[in-house]
Design a protein around this ligand. Sequence first.
Ligand SMILES: [Zn+2]
Length: 123
Amino acid sequence: MFELIIEEEFSAAHRLRNYKGKCERLHGHNWKVQVIFEGEETGKDGLLMDFSILRDKVKEVIKILDHNYLNTIPFFKRKNPTSENISYFIFKKLCSIFKNEKVKVKKVTVWENSKQAASYSED
Ligand SMILES: [Zn+2]
């Protein structure tokens, strides 16, 4: 298996519901997002998929979150905008974009600061 890794960042505000602690108050983070893609076969050019295509797709999803108040996005009205749920949101959005591609989304990791992160992957 080959893996390709794309990293991007976004800034957004959130507040956590049903939570006691600093994150229950409105505040922002500069989140770092890492997406790991995987695939078995490269093309004749030796590439699994062009990095610029992967980056554009990751940016397309992150654009929904960037400079936004996450609690107002429909998905996060139902689910708390935690790093866990942000990684899930990005994973699912990318899976639907890549569902007919030879490259699959393997794992999405979201850092809310340089010391802590949450990841989502399936099987
Ligand atoms: Zn927070």
